[in-house]
Design a protein around this ligand. Structure first.
Ligand code: ADP
Ligand code: MG
Length: 441
């Protein structure tokens, strides 16, 4: 039964939609006139309920001649997050078309170029549903996660997809800073009406990195009204941030509560298989021939930031071109050895910071990486996190990991706390300057 339905969808759906919404479904059983389908996440279930289920029920009747219902169950979330099942490299498809300039979308940031796998497949599903049914399912959609994990890419993919389906749609992409600047300019040049007309007339508004709204009160006020207007008119709003909105300091409660009307979905660092798939895709796009062993070596070297992962590939390519040698495992190792030396020269690893901070406060490193919450430990721990963020290139999730597997939001919290205290606490200021000297010589 499901097979026939599946075959029908395969014919009528676009490949991307088919792979995301249909291929991931597992038929479980038919009993009591009900076909039970298992879907991999709540997002899939929501999408099915809104978009597919009525029509599927009709189709089922045609196929079986019986009155069958469909019931959806969401796959147990506690199982391995499907990393093995969905690392699909999506066919690159047609080359990206160029759309009108004022959308500010990067041509490369499409769904076709977005590799899904553990860490991002839920966010991808949520993003695709926002693109297929703008304003209908999740509004606003907020994508959050660490630096370089694909938030901007995914957000712009929504823009491209909405335009592809409806070339007349008015899509606007801005960073929160651009929004703020536009707004301030409009006041200075007495063009607020124009500003409002522009932002309040779009069909899809993409605002990137909203954590930078912090502290900008007038801008937040204006955004609040923009948001309300768009929301009222059922226009899709998509936001990204480096953390969940209620952890963004100085973001007004009324904005935070609005953002909660929709859905927040996070992107976490990709697993090794996904990283390899991303590199393979990228190499293909650049017309590079690189064997699997080499790709998997490069992927194993950088584990938390996809922008850096791409950087490593560029580095290998440049190294081999300059030296006129083939790209293979040995040469890739040589190229990236240089990379490690550079960061080693600047000298600082998280473990070094932990060591020095522990010594300075007469603690053990295990106190810093542990969970004890006594005051004499909490502050040094936060200081060590603060310094790790300031003095190394490590991503927030990576820093969290090195501190005994803490969440990246804990690191952000520590960082904000210490930054704040530094403003008023002269003793802390002195200690930090001692520590910097110890660490940087
Ligand atoms: P963020 O906005 O989260 O900091 P970006 O969206 O700028 O990250 O992504 C950084 C780089 O990594 C971009 O070049 C992007 O195309 C690439 N990238 C991120 N995730 C993926 C993915 N899943 N598949 C392919 N490329 C990706
Ligand atoms: Mg970004």
């Amino acid at each position: 039964l499901w097979q026939q339905l599946d075959a029908e969808y395969k014919k009528t759906f676009e490949p991307l939609s088919y792979d995301t919404w249909i291929k991931t479904v597992v038929p479980l059983q038919v009993s009591n006139q009900t076909l039970v389908l298992e879907v991999p996440s709540q997002y899939h279930a929501d999408y099915w309920r809104i978009r597919l289920i009525d029509q599927a029920t009709v189709s089922l009747q045609k196929i079986s001649g019986e009155n069958l219902n469909i019931k959806l169950v969401v796959k147990n979330e506690h199982e391995d997050p499907a990393a093995k099942e969905y690392p699909a490299v999506i066919d690159p498809g047609e080359p990206g078309q160029v759309y009108s300039h004022d959308t500010h979308l990067n041509d490369k940031y499409t769904f076709e170029n977005f590799v899904t796998g553990g860490g991002n497949y839920l966010a991808q599903a949520a993003a695709l549903s926002a693109a297929e049914e703008p304003g209908q399912i999740y509004n606003p959609l907020n994508i959050y996660g660490g630096v370089g994990l694909g938030k901007t890419h995914l957000m712009q993919a929504i823009g491209h997809e909405v335009l592809r389906r409806n070339p007349k749609a008015k899509v606007k992409y801005v960073t929160s800073e651009e929004f703020a600047n536009d707004f301030i300019n409009s006041i200075q040049t007495r063009r607020q009406e124009e500003f409002r007309r522009e932002y309040r007339s779009v069909d899809l508004l993409l605002v990137d990195d909203i954590q930078f709204f912090a502290e900008k009160e007038a801008t937040q006020e204006e955004f609040f009204h923009t948001f309300n207007k768009l929301y009222e008119n059922k226009k899709q709003i998509v936001l990204t941030s480096d953390r969940v909105p209620n952890e963004i300091p100085k973001l007004e409660d009324r904005l935070v509560s609005r953002f909660k009307w929709g859905l927040s979905t996070d992107i976490t660092p990709p697993d090794l298989e996904t990283r390899i798939a991303i590199l393979r895709n990228k190499a293909q796009a650049e017309g590079l021939e690189i064997d699997d062993q080499t790709l998997s070596y490069i992927a194993s070297q950088i584990d938390t930031n996809i922008r850096e992962l791409e950087g490593a590939l560029v580095r290998v390519q440049a190294y081999c071109t300059i030296n006129k040698i083939d790209i293979n495992l040995e040469n890739a190792m040589a190229a990236l050895r240089g990379l490690q030396e550079i960061s080693a020269e600047r000298g600082l690893s998280i473990s070094k910071i932990q060591e020095i901070v522990a010594q300075y406060y007469r603690l053990q490193v295990s106190d810093l990486t542990g969970k004890k919450r006594t005051k004499n430990i909490v502050e040094p721990r936060q200081i060590a996190m603060y310094l790790s963020r300031e003095l190394t290139e490590n991503s927030l999730p990576k820093i969290g990991k090195e501190f005994g597997g803490k969440d990246h939001t804990t690191v952000i919290h520590a960082y904000d706390k210490i930054s704040q205290n530094l403003l008023s606490d002269a003793e802390l200021k002195k200690q930090l300057s001692d520590l910097r000297k110890l660490l940087q010589g």
